[in-house]
Design a protein around this ligand. Structure first.
Ligand SMILES: Cc1cc2nc3c(=O)[nH]c(=O)nc-3n(C[C@H](O)[C@H](O)[C@H](O)COP(=O)(O)OP(=O)(O)OC[C@H]3O[C@@H](n4cnc5c(N)ncnc54)[C@H](O)[C@@H]3O)c2cc1C
Length: 499
């Protein structure tokens, strides 16, 4: 993708973008830059979608994403508009990248220092230091080929894959096997396998349902590094909103869309408040299934109920936002707490949905890096436990699970929080469904299983309504903030090519 929609094609088109997540914000920027007249309607009181912020009692929490990965994608995004990320926010390279506590008492830090990481791997298994280099070399190749030829290039049809240039990269075929088998080819030690696989949870998958081509994620975290935008991921939202405003995008918040009527050149988009917006083109960044099932009449949908029911949705999450008195020195900015065998947790997400008995979870303490996110003398902390989408979610279950998580944190990281909590809030399945209209309360959208990767994801362009397009995590390239930024560029290109 050169991410440069043909200016002539979209200039003077009026566009309504539904939803202010990263995909919607990105599409709005590309289209406004190309001369379109863009209005973005967001259901909630703030922009950013799943990257919303919760502010209370002097604490400021990123409610969703907290890992700033793939800095190259952000540079390319801002670069398209002759800007750079530094003009909008400041990045800190985290050191350590992250800490892992295993529940057998073992603990490691993964650092930007690769010599340290090699020695760490070697300590678990002779030869694993070299294997790490070989693994990361392959991951880097996958990243480079994958990004240029499959992620930045939209390939919506099977025949697009059969062109000679793409077939040259038959490297891909060996990576269509499962991640688990791929990692086992390099490392025997289960803990090393886990270190190479934990990023799959970012993609909403498990080692046994995600293709090995996502080994590229190890290049992302080991080689490219883990960053923190000062002020949190919300600062990135603010930066992109500022850019969008400079480009002329109009924003309307508290504007939940209730229906889309018409077609190219004559759309009417209705909102809860009774306002009606007219547009030539509509782009939905709202949850794909919600848009199809609830905003369009049946004859204008591309997918049936059975289609959505048969998909593998990414996990939902149990989130516990905590404002805590004092420090939490045992924890790094990013900390993972993992059972030594995590198959059971994955089974309770994908096979036999249940609240995980022995959870693998993530703790984020941005106040380790940024003193603006908590009042003086306090820590800002959230716990994120991936759980099955659609799981029963009641206040009693949350209360019970909150206790289990606090006990688990105390037992496995030595961090006793209970008597120091001054602010507390949970967010779970029902909130994802309510706040973001997310199908089954999934936190992330469609998982990246092989059958839901690339051209097998729902397309950017509706085949049922001319002039209606989609962007964001459920379409291509997929889940994650960088992917959604790219998705916005691909959607804008698709519009320019097809209207
Ligand atoms: C807990 C959590 C942790 C995560 N961690 C990371 C991470 O560390 N790093 C990373 O890169 N990614 C992470 N992700 C994934 C990343 O946040 C998402 O993939 C990405 O933000 C999704 O963007 P999107 O463009 O799909 O839009 P969304 O964020 O889904 O936004 C869609 C918007 O549409 C709005 N909307 C819905 N229905 C309507 C309607 N009818 N009318 C108007 N508006 C509507 C919603 O309110 C929402 O604002 C995380 C996600 C979650 C939930």
């Amino acid at each position: 993708m050169d991410a440069a929609p043909d200016t002539e094609a979209v200039a003077d088109e009026s566009v309504v973008v539904i939803g202010g997540g990263f995909g919607g914000l990105s599409t709005a920027c590309y289209l406004a830059d190309a001369g379109a007249d863009v209005t973005l309607l967001e259901k909630n009181e703030q922009l950013g979608g799943r990257a919303s912020r919760l502010e209370a009692d002097g604490f400021r929490f990123d409610m969703g994403p907290s890992w700033y990965l793939m800095p190259d994608v952000f540079e390319r995004f801002f670069g398209h508009f002759d800007r750079s990320p530094e003009e909008y926010y400041t990045l800190t390279h985290l050191d350590p990248h992250y800490r892992v506590f295993w529940k057998d008492g073992d603990r490691v830090d993964v650092l930007p220092d690769m010599e340290h990481n090699r020695e760490l791997f070697e300590a678990y298994e002779p030869g694993a230091g070299e294997a790490l280099d070989a693994y990361l070399e392959e991951a880097e190749r996958t990243y480079e080929i994958g990004m240029e030829h499959f992620v930045y290039e939209d390939r919506p049809r099977l025949r697009d894959y059969v062109d000679r240039d793409v077939m040259r990269y038959s490297w891909g075929l060996s990576l269509l096997g499962k991640m688990q088998g791929h990692v086992e080819g390099y490392f025997d030690h289960p803990k090393l396998q886990q270190l190479m696989q934990y990023t799959l949870v970012f993609l909403g998958g498990s080692p046994t349902n995600t293709p090995a081509l996502y080994n590229l994620m190890s290049h992302v975290d080991f080689n490219m590094g883990v960053y923190y935008p000062d002020g949190g991921l919300g600062a990135v939202v603010d930066g992109i909103v500022e850019l969008a405003e400079e480009l002329g995008v109009e924003f309307v918040t508290d504007a939940e869309v209730t229906g889309i009527e018409g077609r190219y050149g004559a759309f009417a988009v209705d909102t809860v408040g009774g306002d009606r917006y007219l547009a030539d083109v509509v782009v939905s960044n709202a949850d794909y299934a919600h848009t199809e099932r609830e905003l369009l009449p049946e004859r204008k949908r591309q997918y049936t109920e059975e289609y959505w029911e048969s998909r593998t949705f990414a996990p939902s999450a149990f989130l516990l936002y905590l404002g805590v008195e004092g420090d939490v020195p045992e924890l790094a900015h990013h900390t993972l707490v993992l059972p030594t065998r995590w198959d059971e947790h994955f089974a309770q997400i994908f096979d036999d949905p249940a609240w995980p008995d022995d959870p693998a979870y993530y703790l984020c303490v941005p106040s380790e890096t940024d003193e603006t996110v908590a009042p003086e003398g306090h820590s800002n902390l959230f716990a994120l436990v991936p759980i099955a989408p659609g799981l029963e979610d009641t206040p009693e279950l949350r209360e019970e699970y909150r206790d289990l998580v606090l006990d688990d944190i105390a037992e496995n990281t030595g961090t006793e929080l209970r008597d120091r909590i001054v602010f507390e809030e949970t967010f779970c399945v029902a909130d994802f469904a309510d706040r973001y209209n997310s199908y089954d309360g999934s936190a992330l959208g469609l998982a990246h299983t092989l059958r839901q990767t690339s051209l097998f994801r729902p397309p950017h362009r509706s085949t049922a309504v001319k002039g209606l397009y989609f962007t964001g995590a459920t379409t291509t390239p997929g889940i994650g903030v960088p992917m959604c930024l790219i998705s916005g560029g691909l959607t804008a290109e698709r519009i320019a090519d097809t209207i």
